[in-house]
Design a protein around this ligand. Sequence first.
Ligand SMILES: Cc1cc2nc3c(=O)[nH]c(=O)nc-3n(C[C@H](O)[C@H](O)[C@H](O)COP(=O)(O)OP(=O)(O)OC[C@H]3O[C@@H](n4cnc5c(N)ncnc54)[C@H](O)[C@@H]3O)c2cc1C
Length: 476
Amino acid sequence: MQRVSCGVLARVSRISRQLKENVCNLSSSSDCLQNGPKIAVVGAGPAGFYAAQYIAKARSDATIDIYEKLPIPYGLVRFGVAPDHSDVKKCISTFNKTANLPNVTFYGNTALGSDISLEQLKRCYNSVILSYGAEEDQRLGIPGEQLHNVTAARSVVSLYNGLPGAQDVDINLDTETVVIVGIGNVAIDVARLILTPIDVLRKYDTTEVWLEKLRNSRVRRVVLVGRRGPLNVSFTVKEFREMLKLENVRPIFHKEQYLPFKEQVAQQERGRKRLIELLFKSALAEPEPVTAERWARAEKEMELRLLRSPLEFLPGSDGKSVEKIKLAVNVMKGDTVEGTEETEEIETGLVLRSIGYKSIQADEELPFNHKKGVAVNVDGRVSEGVYAAGWLATGPRGVIVDTMGTAFKIGANVVADLKEEQKGKPGRSGMPSLPKSTSWADWQKLEKIEMEAGKLLGRPKIKITSVSEMLNKIQS
Ligand SMILES: Cc1cc2nc3c(=O)[nH]c(=O)nc-3n(C[C@H](O)[C@H](O)[C@H](O)COP(=O)(O)OP(=O)(O)OC[C@H]3O[C@@H](n4cnc5c(N)ncnc54)[C@H](O)[C@@H]3O)c2cc1C
């Protein structure tokens, strides 16, 4: 019964979308039903949704079309944020409200650079907001990085979150020790998702592929390697607390890495003080009896190794797979970090890089800073009528709330820049036809299928993890 109503929903929405477009196609652009400004948003992640939300509220006469590469929305909220951070994903209900506004239309399975171009968007829309995120990972550029089992932390994230196209990556958990290079929130998320018991992860929408990997995992220890000292860690207090509380996992700190900086804890700025105090307290204090007992029982370890820089990855006897990572021991000189002659090695069967992301130039018309991996922009303004928002504009910085703040600002810039005489752009009706695009109702249908599949296994949902399967299910 539910499936029938789902199909009907999808068909009704498709027909109403076609009607909307046909009305525009039949009339000349100036006669078009919607006389207000036409806005295109590229990328249905937080930045795209928040910018659309702002504009829809400020200009109820605007027609807003959201183009998204994948058949489904939400960007990193679905494919980045860890499954056990379900509270963070609550922003999805706000995105849904925006998508359901009568003047907002979602076109999934439509990528800038292959299905549509910036030139077309500029011709058809008064304002174009590019918010297609940062999908490439930064590399270390050191010897041995090409070895098997040296890969991006992002591959693991994509695997446990079900990113289409990333489900076949080979992540080797047949090893005692995993090393993660980087000491931010993503590094902690990945470490936690490797060490958390399967029963806990089953309660969330973690993919079956990842749970299966964990069933066969031999990992007992995850080492997070950071270049700088304890005053410079870039994770946040929530993620650090989660690390401390992880069931069956003992956190390992090296006291000597903290002692030289002890006096500076009190001088930390307010925003970071809570985190740094907790970090030092955890690293320097003797564990309280209850905690000590829990730690003694813990089978696994999560280690923070600070003041270390990767120098080289060394292969095992096959010459192909990583067996060790060689680290330089660093010292802090004021605010700068300096290497010393001293080195050390860690034996490992999997190294994950987690040192940041960068965007790509999806369309050659977009002015792009290849070194920084961001669109060239001033406060989100790229050129007349073209804007960049979210991680494409700022680089991979901050959490969703930060992205929201900058996206609202860009929305405000778009509204302020709209000129009365700019009417007459055709919007979607001037764009090429998109026979393979997916609609919002298609996504709602897929979501229902995911939830029903989850119910059968006593799980919140079973994510569909391939584009072809999504498209088949939409057609069925
Ligand atoms: C692993 C990870 C975990 C995170 N965890 C948290 C957390 O717990 N809490 C928190 O607050 N923040 C978290 N963040 C940060 C948060 O995800 C970002 O702040 C936010 O997603 C950035 O939004 P965005 O819209 O710029 O990019 P994205 O979320 O990446 O959205 C970009 C969208 O554009 C689409 N796209 C890409 N290329 C094209 C194209 N050519 N054409 C059309 N569409 C395209 C993508 O498919 C995607 O849907 C995390 C980030 C990562 C990487």
